[in-house]
Ligand binder design. Structure first.
Ligand SMILES: [Zn+2]
Length: 151
């Protein structure tokens, strides 16, 4: 299982290698949180003005390829560089307007990773997510003597 330390290392690596033109104007935290079927991550501004990148808790699992996590972090860093949930000047009205995130990711060398991700979501993630969420539904659907049964 991966931990938050792993995420901090990936963030540093990506910032130094693919985003070294982006000024880091505040503290940017990163951690695993939640378990989502349709969301891989997000970035938000905290009350103390730090930014926080959150990565889907399922991605702690080593069966999720590292390039998926890298791409998720890179996606959030693009938002940061565009001034969304960061102190940098806002460059667009909407964070996903006209495919700006993927365009930027391609410029930064993630074209191949984006292709792999598309394939992986179709062939692997949908299976993983369906299993996980089916499991959850079973747990709720089959209470035994007032206790939830865990499969
Ligand atoms: Zn986004």
């Amino acid at each position: 299982m991966r931990d938050d330390y792993f995420l901090r290392e990936r963030l540093e690596y990506l910032w130094n290698n693919a985003f070294n033109d982006v000024e880091r104007k505040n503290i940017v935290k990163i951690r695993f949180k939640g378990k989502w079927k349709n969301k891989f991550g997000h970035i938000k501004k905290l009350k103390n003005n730090d930014s926080e990148i959150v990565i889907n808790g399922y991605f702690r699992d080593l069966k999720i390829p590292t390039y998926i996590i890298d791409l998720t972090i890179a996606h959030e860093l693009v938002h940061y560089s565009h001034g969304f949930n960061s102190p940098l000047p806002r460059l667009y009205n909407h964070p996903h307007k006209g495919g700006i995130v993927n365009k930027d990711l391609k410029k930064r060398g993630f074209s191949e990773a984006l292709k792999l991700e598309k394939k992986w979501i179709k062939e692997e993630w949908q299976k993983i997510a369906n299993e996980e969420f089916k499991l959850k539904q079973k747990i709720i659907a089959k209470p035994i003597r007032g206790l939830f049964r865990w499969f």
